[in-house]
Each structure stands twice: as structure tokens, then as C-alpha cells.
Design a protein around this ligand. Structure first.
Ligand SMILES: *Cc1c(COP(=O)(O)O)cnc(C)c1O
Length: 404
């Protein structure tokens, strides 16, 4: 069992007031809050070992390099990657997906197909569209049903020898659906296609095991798992990372450079051009340590309680409709109230201290599917409470009264 009050005390921002009211932060799907250990680790880095990595023989540079590589090791262990050099530091999920999509440009040609799902975040759509434009490959979309679940029969029909890569999120940011990625990975491999899993929304709730999953790529962002912004991870199987050309050229990613020819550094450096977000990389390790101390089993169980509690209260509100009612979903509730624009509700409940996301959640195709401009999205983290849900539900009811 989690001691929620003790956990909340780790997050200084949670005791703040916003608009004169205690903050109720339910926008965890957009970014998570940071515990004091993470905030401290950032200053500690700059106060004690700030130097550029992998370059200097001097002591600080070695200390910074060691800390960065220790963190890479923590991430390897956390996701159970077979090799340390399969863990690439990136600026985030978006950067990681672009690195893979860009690499596939060298492998695709007219007639090839890329399969994305109807549930994707724009950052797992647009890079693939750009790839298809560049190569003449076509983009195919795995459709979903009214509950916001991907239709596996349709996926099976779309998958063919023409499919070169399938890309799907582990958990949908807009609806909370947990996708059947184990099945999709196995089916993609049967057809000889690679598969990328966008884990940006899954990693706050669960600990992925990339070897058990057997996915070719798994990507996520530090800022959604209690770490800093501007840091993320691209996990790729060694054979794929060797096959793909590097995404960016520059320092750090080379073995030798002359004006005639450059040879690339070995993994992981081949994909890490330029001075990286050193402090972010180090502190991502701190964030992962923190989450593992809280424990992902505890997190999952508690968030399920929050989800059930909030869902029961919300559906009791007349005219309220929840979008995304998948059998397997995480602690995200997307909803609208009949006749009221989501933005108006978001604005009123903000005045009452409640932070939710309103809009299309970077997933316009999902909103088009439901023929709505957007939703109100409440996304819960392990540091949220039932009391906060009560405040939120009261605020929604008040907003509804004011607006109808
Ligand atoms: C947040 C998110 C992204 C984009 O992550 P960035 O940190 O903005 O790069 C991609 N996919 C999903 C499912 C997300 O939730």
C-alpha cells in the first residue's frame, strides 16, 4: 500500500495554490510533476560535476561521463534491454520517433507500406507521413472501434509482405486505451515487418520489458515519468540500430572525419550527435530510481482505484459522455458534456484550482473519428487522491451549471 501523503510531500509543487485554491493537478498525461530528489539532482549536477562528457581527460569530465553512463545502465536495467548500447539518449519521444523514421528512409521504396494506428499522437503520425512522402511508400491506418480499441481483425488484414514497419502506442494519450502490443509485435514479425512501440504514455504506469515484448524499438520521454524535459529514450534492437543510418551528423557520433569520408562511431554514440542534455540524462536515472522505489505494481493498483472512483462519479453527471471505454485502459478519462465546449469547462475549473487538458490532445484523427472538436482530459498519477477527484467532480458540476 502507498502512503500517499508521504509521497505528496516529495512533490513541492503539489502544496501550491493556483488561483487561490489548492492545486489539483490532473494533467499528468501532458507532463508529470517532479519529486524533490529530481529537482535536487539537477542542481547537484551543476554545483558539482558540470563538464562536457566523453571528451576531456580532466576529472570533472570523467565524473560527468560516468554519471551519464551509470544512468544509461539504470535505464537498460529498467526496460530490460539486452545491451547497454541499445539505449540511446534522445531529446524525447518525438526526437526518438523521428530518428527511426528518418533511418527507414534508406530502407523503403515505392510499394512498401507503413502501418500506423488510428490512436496515435501526432508525433507518431507526422514523421511517418514525411517518410512516406520522401520514399513513395504508403501509410496505412489500423482502425479503431467506438470504445477506442484497435480492431485486430483489420490489423491482420492490413498487414502484408509490403508492410515494412508497424508503429503503435503502448497506451493512448487521448483515451487511455492499452493496446494489445504483444499480439501486434508477434504478428508484425511473422510478416517480416519491424515494429516501434511509442511508450510515452505507458512508462508512467508500468515497467516495459523490451526483451519479453520482443519489440524492435521502444521510445519514451523523461518528463512524463517524473524526470526533466528535453530528455528521452530510444531503445532499439542492436541489429536494427546497426542497419539504420544515423539521424544527425556532428560531434560525438563519428569515429574518423576527413573531407573525403567520415566513419561513424559505434553504438550508442552513432545516434547521439552533439553535446547532449547531460543533466537530463543523469537525472532521468534518478527519476527512474524514484519510481521503482514507489513500485510500479503499487502505482498500477492505486491508479486503477483512482480511475474507477472518478469514472463512477463522472458517469453519474447527466449529459456527460466518456470517450475511450476500452476494456483495458489506464488512468485517463476523456469526456465532454452535451452542448458545452470542452474549453469552457477547462477554463472554469482552472479558476477552481483544477488543471486538466482540453482540446485535441495532439491526436486530431481521434477527435475526427468521434466528430468532436476535443475533449476534457483528466489524467491521474500515483500522487493524486480521491479527495482531489471529489474537488474535480464538484468543479465540473459547477461549470456545467454555469454553462447550461
Ligand atoms: C507525449 C506523447 C508523445 C510526445 O512526447 P514528447 O515528449 O512531446 O516528445 C508521443 N506519444 C504519446 C503517446 C505521448 O503521450
Amino acid at each position: 500500500m502507498l502512503d500517499i501523503q508521504k509521497i505528496r510531500a516529495d512533490f513541492p509543487i503539489l502544496s501550491q495554490k493556483v488561483n487561490g485554491k489548492p492545486l489539483v493537478y490532473f494533467d499528468n498525461g501532458a507532463t508529470s510533476q517532479k519529486p524533490q530528489v529530481v529537482i535536487d539532482a539537477i542542481s547537484h549536477y551543476y554545483q558539482t560535476i558540470n563538464a562536457n562528457i566523453h571528451r576531456g581527460v580532466h576529472t570533472l569530465s570523467q565524473l560527468a561521463t560516468d554519471a551519464y553512463e551509470v544512468s544509461r545502465g539504470k535505464i537498460q536495467k529498467h526496460i530490460n534491454a539486452q545491451h547497454l548500447h541499445e539505449v540511446i539518449f534522445t531529446a524525447g519521444t518525438t526526437h526518438a520517433i523521428n530518428a527511426v523514421a528518418n533511418g527507414f528512409a534508406a530502407l523503403l521504396t515505392t510499394g512498401d507500406e507503413v502501418l500506423v494506428s488510428a490512436l496515435e499522437h501526432h508525433s507518431n503520425i507526422v514523421p511517418w507521413q514525411m517518410l512516406c512522402e520522401r520514399t513513395g511508400a504508403s501509410l496505412k491506418v489500423i482502425p479503431m472501434n467506438d470504445n477506442g480499441e484497435l480492431i485486430m481483425e483489420q490489423f491482420d488484414l492490413l498487414l502484408s509482405e509490403r508492410t515494412k514497419i508497424v508503429t503503435v502506442n503502448h497506451i493512448s494519450n487521448a483515451l487511455g486505451t492499452i493496446n494489445p502490443i504483444e499480439y501486434m509485435i508477434a504478428r508484425a514479425h511473422e510478416m517480416g515487418a519491424a515494429i516501434l512501440i511509442d511508450g510515452a504514455q505507458a512508462t508512467p504506469h508500468l515497467k516495459p520489458d523490451v526483451q519479453a515484448l520482443d519489440c524492435d524499438f521502444y521510445v519514451f520521454s523523461g518528463h512524463k515519468i517524473c524526470g526533466p524535459t528535453g530528455i528521452g529514450i530510444l531503445y532499439g534492437k542492436e541489429e536494427w540500430l546497426r542497419k539504420l543510418p544515423p539521424y544527425q551528423g556532428g560531434g560525438e557520433m563519428i569515429a574518423t572525419v576527413s573531407f573525403e569520408k567520415t566513419t561513424y562511431a559505434d553504438l550508442p554514440h552513432k545516434f547521439e550527435a552533439g553535446t547532449p542534455n547531460i543533466e537530463g540524462g543523469i537525472v532521468l536515472g534518478t527519476a527512474i530510481d524514484y519510481l521503482n522505489e514507489v513500485g510500479f505494481d503499487n502505482i498500477a493498483q492505486y491508479e486503477q482505484e483512482l480511475l474507477d472512483y472518478a469514472t463512477a462519479q463522472l458517469i453519474a453527471i447527466e449529459g456527460l459522455k466518456i470517450y475511450g471505454t476500452a476494456a483495458h485502459k489506464t488512468s485517463v478519462i476523456s469526456f465532454n458534456i452535451e452542448g458545452i465546449h470542452p474549453y469552457d469547462i477547462g477554463t472554469i475549473i482552472d479558476k477552481l484550482g483544477v488543471a486538466v487538458r482540453t482540446g485535441h490532445h495532439c491526436a486530431q484523427p481521434i477527435m475526427d473519428f468521434f466528430k468532436i472538436p476535443g475533449t476534457i482530459r483528466a489524467s491521474f498519477a500515483f500522487y493524486n487522491t480521491k479527495e482531489e477527484i471529489d474537488i474535480f467532480v464538484e468543479a465540473v458540476k459547477r461549470a456545467k451549471m454555469m454553462l447550461s
